[in-house]
Design a protein around this ligand. Structure first.
Ligand SMILES: [Zn+2]
Length: 219
């Protein structure tokens, strides 16, 4: 179930890591209902591991003496940059001593959420991706292409943007015109802008659907 990541998106370090974080979350949740054993994360977990390293989020420090509670998904929104990369480093480094620790933090959604949180801390300002072209009057560049994993170009930006209307989200949402002429706002949670290509790439299939969906429980 290794996802196909568009080569342009895969060549962008944050784009690759964000795409993998979304794919791991989406690929994992439907498998939760499996009765027998834990789902197999296959090579995606390894690729995510590599992507975290490529971003320089695994750095030397004395993590064994770092006495803070284990990373949980719930604490992620409260973490500052310094604490966040230390958590990444501790999860990655401790795998050597506690086998399965890395995958466990993917299964509980904490590490993937932490990567996306770090992206917001480092690469956005007031919800706007910092590399996104904006004119002095506050409008965005029209005509930037929205690209899907395999569908090719799906639509383009109209120049309008708004604050995302979803609850608990204050990120940028840009208006896109898709091929049938329909216009809709897409939250920047769901796409990644690659500057050199001047294209937005879709990261996940359903806008905010995951965050509102409750995890299936077995009775
Ligand atoms: Zn949003």
């Amino acid at each position: 179930m290794t996802p196909t990541i568009h080569p342009t998106l895969a060549a962008d370090k944050w784009g690759r890591a964000r795409a993998l974080s979304c794919a791991l979350d989406e690929g994992f949740e439907p498998l939760m209902v499996q009765v027998m054993g834990l789902p197999n994360l296959n090579g995606m977990s390894h690729n995510f591991h590599m992507a975290l390293g490529a971003l320089g989020l695994v750095k030397p420090f004395d993590w064994m003496k770092w006495d803070v509670p284990a990373l949980t998904k719930e604490m992620v929104p409260t973490l500052d940059d310094d604490t966040a990369w230390r958590h990444v480093t501790r999860v990655v480094r401790s795998e050597r001593f506690f086998e399965g620790n890395f995958d466990a933090h993917i299964r509980n959604g904490s590490l993937t959420a932490l990567l996306r949180h770090l992206y917001i801390l480092r690469c956005t300002e007031n919800g706007r991706p910092l590399n996104f072209p904006m004119f002095s009057d506050g409008s965005v560049e029209p005509g930037l292409r929205l690209v899907g994993f395999s569908q090719g170009t799906i639509g383009h930006t109209t120049g309008r943007h708004e604050v995302c209307a979803q609850p608990d989200c204050s990120r940028w949402s840009v208006e896109l015109e898709v091929h049938n002429g329909l216009r809709q706002y897409w939250c920047s949670d769901n796409w990644h802008y690659v500057q050199g290509a001047e294209e937005l790439f879709i990261l996940q299939s359903w806008s905010h659907r995951k965050s509102r969906r409750t995890r299936p429980t077995r009775k």
